[in-house]
Design a protein. Structure first.
Length: 264
């Protein structure tokens, strides 16, 4: 694992990622967006500070789905800083009680919204919650993508991430570790289902597809601390890329600290 120094115009990566909470940072041409806001606002703001960003610089938070590991900082962010929160229909209704009056923007499932200099579009993902989405960010000819918490990679996910120079994608579990691990059978079935989480092997297939479509940097995220390891996640995707895309840079998100990428 490691953190690249970022160029002055693009800062992209995870502030933290995993079962304890998730937050991804997207800064392009001076516009600052977060994808999800899990854990506490205090924790989130401390990680922002480590990246040289203050909470009042956040132009918007885009929510992927309503689970608490993606939304638990919203109440303080919206009430203390007036942060704007964007979410798809049923997700917006589920998180409305967390957001201060006037801060929540409700969208259709497949949105296209301009925030500052960034064009944000969403695409549907398959997860065990309503209106789960991933996001695509475009600015000045550069395209970034975020897609975690998906049990299967659909054609819509591929289209949403196609052409991204850098992307945050899910490598949640190693199947052998999951099956032999401590989780109860029902939870194992949920994680492995088409509405659960992506395995290392499925992530590797997605990584190969994205490399074929021009990706130069990939950040493997939402890595389970119980059913996976950074080494296994990296090895699976690196193996898939070895034959023809060994120049693609691979990183693994940290559960507690920022991992930022250099985007060329």
């Amino acid at each position: 694992m490691g953190t690249d120094m970022t160029s002055s115009d693009i800062v992209f990566g995870t502030l933290y990622s995993g079962s304890k909470g998730n937050c991804t940072l997207v800064r392009m041409s001076g516009t600052t967006i977060l994808v999800d806001a899990g854990r506490s606002a205090r924790y989130l703001c401390a990680r922002l500070a480590a990246c040289g960003i203050t909470p009042d610089e956040i132009d918007a938070v885009f929510i992927t789905h309503s689970h608490t590991d993606h939304t638990s900082a919203l109440a303080t962010l919206t009430k203390k800083y007036g942060t704007r929160v964007h979410a798809a229909g049923s997700v917006a209704r589920e998180i409305a009680h967390l957001c201060a009056a006037g801060t929540l923007v409700e969208h259709s499932l497949r949105l296209c919204e301009v925030v500052g200099d960034i064009t944000v579009s969403s695409f549907a993902t398959s997860h065990d919650t309503y209106a789960s989405v991933g996001y695509r960010f475009e600015c000045g000819g550069k395209v970034l993508g975020v897609a975690t918490d998906l049990g299967v990679v659909t054609d819509e996910v591929r289209r949403g991430l196609c052409g991204c120079r850098a992307a945050v994608i899910e490598a949640n579990h190693d199947e052998a570790m999951l099956m032999s691990g401590p989780y109860p059978p029902d939870l194992k079935r949920r994680i492995m289902s088409a509405r659960g989480h992506l395995s290392n092997e499925d992530c590797a297939c997605l990584a190969d597809y994205l490399a074929n479509e021009g990706a130069s940097t990939l950040l493997l995220a939402h890595v389970s601390e119980v059913n996976n390891s950074p080494e296994l996640a990296l090895a699976a995707s690196a193996g898939a890329l070895l034959a023809s895309h060994s120049d693609v840079r691979l990183y693994v998100a940290h559960p507690d600290e920022p991992v930022l990428l250099q985007v060329n």
